[in-house]
Ligand binder design. Structure first.
Ligand code: DC
Length: 227
């Protein structure tokens, strides 16, 4: 059966990773959560004191970016098991500290260049589902299937809040809502590779769709492409 490239982009907390992982499992494709890679670089910047909520030494991060190694151990699972310079940081990259700073790091062209190069390498053989913000527009502009996911900010914040509470984190709903809307704003307005819908992307608004309904819709799209 023909192997294709599936690019999933969209707003924060629209369930891109959940859908991507499910598709990859069914199709026996590689799954790559590109957001986890931006989160890992952000954690690297925090741990090296290049960034905090008030300061950002961009030059220091840029001059050290080539020393960052990111290894996704078991592509195909979510949350992604990720090693930053040989240290397992899978949960750390999901915390609020990283979430609040990642948009600043992801806005740096030097960081994007480095990660996009790595993402393209992962997709050389096709048979990949990658989710992020610029996958269909920049990383794989020739992807056979591009999906743009969206949902109301209220429902996305509620989903993320429920997820964090279930993990035992102490969070306030308004803080989660604020983080989601401010990341939308920053991701969509940055100069380099902003979050935009590719012209040939299919929109999946899941405000009122269950996970299984979304999966069925997308599998129908895929079947029509690979059969
Ligand atoms: O998908 P996520 O929320 O884990 O992504 C974390 C941040 O990384 C998000 O605010 C935007 C950024 N990102 C990006 O700029 N480009 C990507 N391909 C993936 C994520």
């Amino acid at each position: 059966m023909k192997k294709i490239t599936i690019a999933i982009d969209g707003h924060s907390s629209t369930g891109k990773s959940t859908l991507a992982k499910h598709l990859a499992k069914t199709l026996d494709y590689i799954y790559v959560d590109s957001g986890a890679m931006y989160r890992a670089v952000t954690l690297f910047a925090i741990e090296n004191h290049f960034i905090d909520e008030n300061n950002f030494d961009k030059d220091a991060l840029i001059s050290n970016i080539e020393s960052v190694t990111i290894e996704i151990k078991n592509e195909g699972t979510f949350p992604t098991v990720l090693f930053l310079n040989n240290k397992e940081v899978s949960s750390k990259i999901r915390g609020m500290e990283v979430s609040n700073l990642v948009s600043k790091v992801a806005a740096l062209p030097e960081v994007r260049k480095c990660l996009v190069r790595e993402q393209r390498r992962m997709g050389e053989q096709k048979g990949i589902v990658m989710d992020g913000r610029d996958i269909g527009t920049v990383v794989f502009p020739k992807a056979e299937l591009k999906i743009f996911m969206t949902a109301s900010a209220q429902i996305r914040a509620q989903r993320r809040y429920d997820e964090l509470i279930a993990k035992g984190e102490t969070v306030v709903f308004d803080e989660v809502y604020e983080n989601i809307t401010s990341r939308d704003q920053k991701d969509s307005t940055r100069a380099d590779s902003p979050l935009t819908q590719a012209n040939d992307a299919r929109v999946l608004d899941n405000t009122n769709l269950t996970q299984s309904q979304q999966y069925t819709i997308v599998m129908d799209w895929i079947k029509a492409l690979i059969d």
